[in-house]
Design a protein around this ligand. Structure first.
Ligand SMILES: Cc1ncc(COP(=O)(O)O)c(C=O)c1O
Length: 463
């Protein structure tokens, strides 16, 4: 029975839980580094990311300016998280949402946005941002075609960095008691780093602000040279990096930029989860890996570094936390690479193992070479390797004497390839292949289960 609502402790709606995210000490992944490391854990926001902070600011500004009226539609080009932040505020305020999202973003993010009732338009990733097909251009077109709609415009909207100047920056200053030497964040729109950087530098100009850029983005090179690099590469990490300069990015408050590749990002992301218990999204790994690269060179005893972790690993279960996806993309390499690991990766594209019995005819062997497009075959007797036949040797023999077609392969075979176990290190196979053998046979539980040729191993090394 309600008699005095003032005695209850609650939020008027879920937006009341925005911000005031925890600062958490990093203990294990920073072992061996000088100084003290803390994570600003933004997954504690109601929509699970740092971008919740800008959603409500952008919407309320548009309302104040009369651009957004009841029943209106909010449109945005998003890598997912800004969409979530906007969708939460829109749900509470009764607006519709249409989001454009590049197809490289995780299925989880697209499903989350749809769960909030948003219309989601998936656009191609591999087009320049000015292409009519890009997510930013499609979003602009939707606004032109939709009455009573606004573009949230996170790439140019001053409310984006302002939200961080007003909330995240002061939180970090208070949580560290002003004892912060370095602030580190990945850069997407630049709103996070620009807003927080401005606030912290106003408080203490000696605080160093370090931006982290994924390899393949233009931002780091532009920061140092004021020119765009010629070669752009796509990268898998989501939400950060650009092929252009967003209006919300203020390089004036950034002191240094560090580049991190996808493999470093995702390896660190999994370490954050498994060693610190912080269920981290991909760009958390990028920020943390970049932070440690920078710290290794610059941090001194007693200095304090705060690294902002933008979102949660739940958004990347089908990717970074899926071993198959990691392996397929070459991001998951065990400390000690075994023959089995290389064989498993090869198995995805190539038929595993073709052999021939020693009593089979040369004609049968030639048919097999042709059918499977191979040039050498292991010869087995009762499942055991007894020799090798090469298409060139068989063809030479048959060209000199056609009747050889009916001979058994045993009569023309050469010594068998060496056999090694599946758990042998790949270096063992490489040593053998460097000598005279062009392939090695792989054995498990007394059975030949595969073959690794020089090509297979070189293909693995190239990856
Ligand atoms: C996962 C993730 N990390 C980092 C960022 C970068 O934040 P900002 O756009 O403020 O630079 C974003 C932005 O969308 C993001 O989605």
């Amino acid at each position: 029975m309600l008699s005095d609502i003032k005695k209850m402790q609650f939020h008027e709606n879920i937006l009341g839980t925005l911000g005031h995210t925890p600062l958490v000490r990093l203990n294990k992944i920073t072992k061996g580094f000088k100084g003290h490391f803390f994570a600003k854990v933004e997954s504690f926001n109601p929509g699970g990311s740092v971008k919740d902070r800008i959603g409500i600011e952008i919407i309320e500004e548009a309302e104040r300016e009369g651009r957004l009226r009841p029943g209106g539609t909010i449109v945005e080009a998003t890598s997912g998280n800004t969409g979530m932040g906007l969708a939460i505020a829109a749900a509470i305020k009764g607006y519709k949402c249409v989001f454009t999202i590049p197809d490289k973003m995780s299925m989880e993010k697209i499903r989350l946005l749809r769960a909030f009732g948003a219309e989601v338009i998936v656009t191609p990733t591999a087009v320049p941002h000015e292409s009519p097909e890009s997510y930013t251009e499609v979003a602009k077109r939707v606004v032109r075609e939709t009455p009573n709609s606004i573009l949230a415009n996170q790439y140019f909207n001053p409310k984006n960095p302002e939200a961080h100047y007003r909330t995240t920056g002061p939180e970090i200053w208070d949580q560290t008691g002003g004892q912060i030497d370095y602030f580190v964040a990945g850069v997407g729109t630049g709103g996070t780093i620009s807003g927080i950087g401005k606030f912290l530098k106003e408080k203490n100009p000696n605080v160093k602000i370090i931006g982290i850029d994924p390899k393949g983005s233009v931002l780091k090179e532009y920061f140092y040279t004021k020119t765009y690099p010629h070669i752009l590469k796509t990268y898998k990490v989501e939400g950060i990096g650009q092929d252009w300069l967003p209006g919300t990015l203020n390089f004036d408050v950034i002191d240094d930029m560090v580049e991190v590749n996808d493999k470093e990002s995702f390896t660190m992301c999994r370490k954050l989860t498994r060693e610190e218990g912080l269920f981290a999204g991909g760009s958390c790994g990028t920020a943390m890996a970049g932070a440690l690269k920078y710290a290794a060179e610059h941090m001194k005893e007693n200095e304090v570094m705060v690294v902002l972790l933008p979102d949660t690993g739940e958004r990347y279960l089908s990717k970074i936390y899926n071993d198959d996806w990691m392996r397929e993309n070459g991001f998951l390499t065990p400390d000690r690479v075994t023959v089995k690991y290389v064989l498993q990766n090869k198995a995805k594209t190539v038929q595993q193992l073709i052999t021939i019995d020693s009593t089979a005819s040369v004609q049968t062997a030639l048919d097999l070479f042709k059918q499977h497009d191979v040039s050498q075959l292991p010869v087995l007797e009762k499942g055991k390797p007894v020799g090798t036949i090469l298409d060139s040797a068989l063809l030479t023999a048959v060209l000199s004497d056609k009747s050889k077609l009916n001979d058994t392969v045993k009569s023309l075979m050469e010594p068998a390839f060496p056999v090694i176990g599946t758990s042998s290190p790949i270096e063992h196979a490489i040593d053998l292949l460097k000598k005279k053998d062009s392939a090695v046979l792989i054995e498990e539980d007394q059975h030949i289960v595969g073959i690794l040729t020089r090509y297979d191993v070189i293909e693995y090394m190239a990856r």
